[in-house]
Structures are given as C-alpha cells and as structure tokens.
Ligand binder design. Structure first.
Ligand SMILES: [Zn+2]
Length: 43
C-alpha cells in the first residue's frame, strides 16, 4: 500500500496514484524526483 499523509505531500513512489502522477510529470518534461516524488518500482 502507498504511504501518504493527510495532505498528500508524501509520495510513496510505488502505488498507482504515485506512478500516475509521476507519469504526468514525465510527459510534462519534469523529473518526478526533483519535485519530491521518488519512484521506487518493485524489482
Ligand atoms: Zn503512493
């Protein structure tokens, strides 16, 4: 399960929500890691 606080400021980088957000950032030309969204896909 994802790990998020009440404000959504904490991103686990693993759940569908985070991955979808990261995908949107990548499409916008933004590296998710630089905006506090580290991607940690399951190996
Ligand atoms: Zn998450």
């Amino acid at each position: 399960m994802g790990r998020h606080d009440g404000t959504g400021r904490v991103n686990c980088g693993r759940c569908e929500k985070c991955l979808r957000t990261a995908g949107g950032l990548l499409l916008a030309g933004i590296d998710p890691t630089v905006v506090g969204l580290p991607i940690q896909p399951d190996a």
